[in-house]
Design a protein around this ligand. Sequence first.
Ligand code: SAM
Length: 334
Amino acid sequence: MNIASYSNSFGAENHSFLGARAALIHEVQRGLLKRPRSLVPWMLYDAEGSRLFERITALPEYYPTRTEREIFAESANEIVAAVCSRNPAPVRLLELGAGTAAKTGILLDALSRLRKRVVYIPVDVSPDALDAACDSIACLLPHVQLQPLVANYVTHPPRLGSFNGTTFAIYIGSSIGNFSPEEARTILRNLRSQLRAGDALLLGTDLVKDEATLLRAYDDRQGVTAAFNLNLLHRLNRELFANFDTTCFRHLARWNCAESRIEMHLESTRDQHVFIAGAQLGIHFEASETIHTENSYKFTHARIYTLLEDSGFCFQEVWTDRREWYAVTLARAT
Ligand SMILES: C[S@@+](CC[C@H](N)C(=O)[O-])C[C@H]1O[C@@H](n2cnc3c(N)ncnc32)[C@H](O)[C@@H]1O
């Protein structure tokens, strides 16, 4: 089924094709003309990028998805009980960057056992991922009311309509790690502005660990992460009529210890000239020059608390796995 078949409570426009294209052109012009060159992570998620990300989540090296799912499988009842404990009212679950909602089903299932009326509002920039999310939740939990929203939560933070109950916001999958501390604060503050005091936020964050484990997770042996990263250039070829020769760029994953983040880059393997017709842009890449495409910040508990406090939330409870590799933190809007 298509997401257009599900209702939308916002009264807001769903991200239009034209809007998405204009945003793509704007980011290409902004990021590729400056040095060091960079692009923004949401650009990785067209239909093919979303499909490749799903493959990444099943890779042996990519522990974050598996670990977060284990925490949910073990503690979903406890998590939703903690969310609902203060209020018997209906609950709406808002998810930023929902993807295919593969893990969210565990939380919605637990929530449905506590509340008769559950509304689920998945937000994602990728319509294909949202289609898959809605189809799987509709099939698994037909009584959950779906209100999907195709939107870029960075450029167009979602505005929520009024709701007579608790809003339970979730931002999982380590997505907050794609943003600098300042950007992360802005995203959470925008989210906070849509919540009432006492509403809940569940934040999934990857924790600092040994460098070898981190590098393996972002540079797997099968090359799926490399294909995911290089798909960004294919996307520019497809959508903006660029002429990137993707065989002349390679995927790089680096650990930046000072910033506590994994960085993904695309490195030009030779001197080359690229023309991006749709953005009216010609760029010369020197050999070894890179385009910085994604960050994945790794957190300590102290940094999570500080981020939450700085964004208008207060810590309530945290769940981790036995290795302390991943944290799922529940906070309340203050
Ligand atoms: C790392 S994946 C996480 C997916 C899912 N939450 C999970 O835990 O597996 C990031 C998801 O957020 C979406 N996304 C990335 N940047 C976004 C943005 N600025 N606005 C809306 N969605 C975004 C992507 O399309 C993708 O589905």
